[in-house]
Design a protein around this ligand. Structure first.
Ligand code: HEM
Length: 486
C-alpha cells in the first residue's frame, strides 16, 4: 500500500493482540528478551505491541537502534511515563527516569565532567583499587559469602566516589537505606505492578479511600527515596564544614563557595543517579564473571597465564596494566556480552508522534531496545551462547559489546567508562589471586552450576555456589600484604 498524505501511517508489525488487553498475555515473565528476539525473526527489526492500550516498540537490530535513538535523539530521549514511580513515589527526579530537558542535561554534564571519559574514569582508579583489594580480603576470609562481598564492594566504590563515604563491612546504615530505595524502584518498574500505571487518573483518588493502598505505599517509598538522597548529602556538607571531607563527586560539585538551591538540587539528584545506576549493575557483571569462570575453566587458565607472564606474582594488576593484558580485556568484554546487565535497556520514548521507516511511532510509546538480542545475534557474534573471549582478538574481532550494552543516544550510560574500569579491576585482580571452580558436595562430587539469569530490569545470575581459593601461598600472602598496605 502506497502512503499518501491522507493515509495514516500504520504501526510497525507485531503479534496480533486481544481486544482490550492487547498483547498482555504475549509477554512472558521469564527472560522476555528471548521472546522479543523471536518476534524480530518473525516481524522484522521494529516490532509493535500494545499492552492494555499502552504502546510498546521493540528494536531488534543495532541499525534500528542507531537510526532511531542516535540519529533522531532530539525526538527519542524522553522516558515513558510510569505514574506510580515517577509521579507518586518521587522517582521522576532520578536521572534514569527524568524526562529529557534542562535538568537532566545539567545532571549529565556534571556526571560527564567527573567520569565521562576513559581518562577521567582512570583518575578515580586509586579508590577503586583500594576497595577492590578489600574485596579480595573479604573473599579470602569468607569465600562462601562472595556474593555479599561483591555487593559490599560495589556499594563501597560508588559511595566513596559519590560522597567520600566508606561504608562498614556489615550492616552499614547508608547502604541499607539506599538499597531499600532501590528495592522500591525494582518493584515499581515491573509492568502491571500498579493499576495506576494503566489508568493514570487513579492517582487523584485520596489516600484514605478504600482500595487506595497504593497511595500509602507510594508515600512510604517517597520518604525512603528522600532520606536516601538527603542523608549522604548532609554527611558531605557536615564533613566539608569541619574540613574533613574526602574528595568526591558531591564535595567537588558543592565546591568551596555556596551553591544556589537550584544547583544543589541538580548536584544531589545527579549523585543519587550514580548509586542508582552504578551499584546493582556492576554487582551483576562481577557475579557473571565468577559464574563464567567456574563454567569455563580453560578461559580462566589462559587469562591467569597472561597475568603471570606480564605482571608476575609480586603485585596485583592495576588499571594501567589494561592494555598489556589483551586476553583479560577480551574476557571482560565477553562478560558484558555473554550476559548484558540490562537486557532490554531502559526504555526511551518519543516526545512527539514520529513516522519512522513509514511506520507510526506514537508519542509516549515505550521504545525498548533488545540489547540481549543484539549481543546474541549469530549474524554479529558466532556461536553466541558460548563464552569465548577469542572472538574479540585477532585480525577480525567481533563488535565491541560496549557499543550496545550501555545504551544509546542522549541517554547513554554516563558511568560507562568507570563501570568498565571497575569491573575490569575486579576481574583482573580476582584472576591474579584466586582459582574459581565448581563447588563439591559433602561426598566430594562436583556440583554442576545452573547457568540462568533473573528476569528483572537489571538481570543477575541466579544465586550460585562457587569454590574460590587462593591460587598459591604466594597469592594468599599478596592479598594479605596488599591489605596491610592500605
Ligand atoms: C555494568 C555496569 C553498567 C551497565 C551495564 C550500565 C548500563 C546502562 C544502561 C543500558 C543505561 C540506559 C541507557 C539508555 O537509556 O539508553 C544506563 C543508564 C544510566 N547509568 Fe549505567 N550502567 C552501568 C554502570 C553505571 C555506573 C557505574 C554509573 C554511575 C556511577 C551509571 C549511571 C547511570 C545513569 C545515571 C543512567 C541514566 C542516564 C539517563 O537516563 O540519562 N551506570 N546504564
Amino acid at each position: 500500500r502506497r502512503l499518501t498524505s491522507r493515509t495514516p501511517a500504520p504501526y510497525p508489525p507485531g503479534p496480533k493482540g486481544l481486544p482490550l488487553i492487547g498483547n498482555l498475555l504475549d509477554i512472558p515473565s521469564e527472560q522476555p528478551w528471548k521472546t522479543v528476539a523471536d518476534w524480530g525473526e518473525l516481524y522484522g527489526d521494529i516490532v509493535y505491541i500494545n499492552v492494555l492500550g499502552n504502546p510498546f516498540v521493540f528494536l531488534n537490530s543495532p541499525q534500528a537502534a542507531a537510526d532511531m535513538l542516535d540519529k533522531k535523539s532530539v525526538i527519542y530521549s524522553d522516558r515513558p511515563t510510569l505514574t506510580f514511580a515517577t509521579e507518586l513515589a518521587g522517582y521522576g527526579k532520578t536521572v534514569p527516569l527524568t524526562q529529557f530537558g534542562e535538568e537532566v542535561r545539567a545532571m549529565r554534564r556534571l556526571l560527564h565532567s567527573y567520569m565521562g571519559t576513559h581518562i577521567r574514569a582512570h583518575k578515580l582508579s586509586p579508590m577503586a583499587e583500594y576497595e577492590t583489594k578489600g574485596f579480595l580480603r573479604r573473599i579470602l576470609n569468607d569465600p562462601d559469602q562472595f556474593d555479599e562481598a561483591i555487593r559490599r564492594t560495589a556499594g563501597g566504590i560508588i559511595l566513596q566516589i559519590t560522597y567520600g563515604y566508606e561504608p562498614k563491612d556489615h550492616g552499614d546504615p547508608l547502604i541499607e537505606l539506599i538499597s531499600r530505595a532501590m528495592e522500591h524502584l525494582a518493584t515499581m518498574t515491573v509492568p502491571g505492578a500498579f493499576l495506576v500505571d494503566v489508568i493514570p487518573t487513579l492517582k487523584y483518588i485520596p489516600a484514605w479511600f478504600p482500595g487506595a493502598q497504593f497511595k500509602r505505599i507510594a508515600s512510604e517509598a517517597a520518604q525512603c527515596l528522600h532520606d536516601s538522597v538527603e542523608t549522604p548529602l548532609n554527611h558531605v556538607k557536615e564533613q566539608m564544614a569541619t574540613g574533613a571531607a574526602r574528595p568526591s563527586f558531591t564535595s567537588r560539585c558543592l565546591g568551596g563557595q555556596g551553591v544556589t538551591a537550584e544547583q544543589e538540587y541538580i548536584i544531589k539528584w545527579a549523585a543519587a543517579g550514580m548509586y542508582g545506576g552504578g551499584a546493582d549493575t556492576t554487582v551483576s557483571s562481577i557475579n557473571t564473571f565468577f559464574l563464567s569462570m567456574m563454567v569455563y575453566p580453560d578461559v580462566q587458565k589462559k587469562a591467569q597465564a597472561e597475568i603471570d607472564a606480564i605482571i608476575g606474582n609480586g603485585r596485583l594488576p592495576c588499571l594501567t596494566d589494561m592494555e598489556r593484558l589483551p586476553y583479560v580485556e577480551a574476557l571482560v568484554k565477553e562478560v558484558f556480552r555473554w550476559h548484558p546487565v540490562i537486557p532490554l535497556c531502559v526504555p526511551h520514548s518519543p516526545k512527539e508522534d514520529d513516522i519512522h521507516d513509514g511506520y507510526l511511532i506514537p508519542k509516549g510509546a515505550a521504545v525498548v531496545t533488545n540489547i540481549w538480542g543484539f549481543l546474541h545475534d549469530p549474524k554479529i557474534y558466532a556461536n553466541p551462547m558460548a563464552f569465548n573471549p577469542e572472538r574479540f582478538l585477532g585480525s577480525h574481532p567481533e563488535q565491541d559489546p560496549r557499543e550496545y550494552c550501555f545504551g544509546f543516544g542522549r541517554r547513554v550510560c554516563p558511568g560507562r567508562h568507570f563501570a568498565y574500569s571497575s569491573v575490569w579491576l575486579s576481574c583482573a585482580m580476582s584472576l591474579a589471586v584466586f582459582t574459581i571452580a565448581k563447588p563439591t558436595d559433602a561426598s566430594g562430587h562436583l556440583i554442576e552450576p545452573v547457568v540462568d539469569f533473573t528476569s528483572k530490569a537489571i538481570s543477575h545470575p541466579i544465586p550460585f555456589k562457587c569454590s574460590i581459593t587462593p591460587r598459591s601461598d604466594a597469592t594468599r600472602l599478596l592479598i594479605l600484604a596488599e591489605d596491610e598496605g592500605k
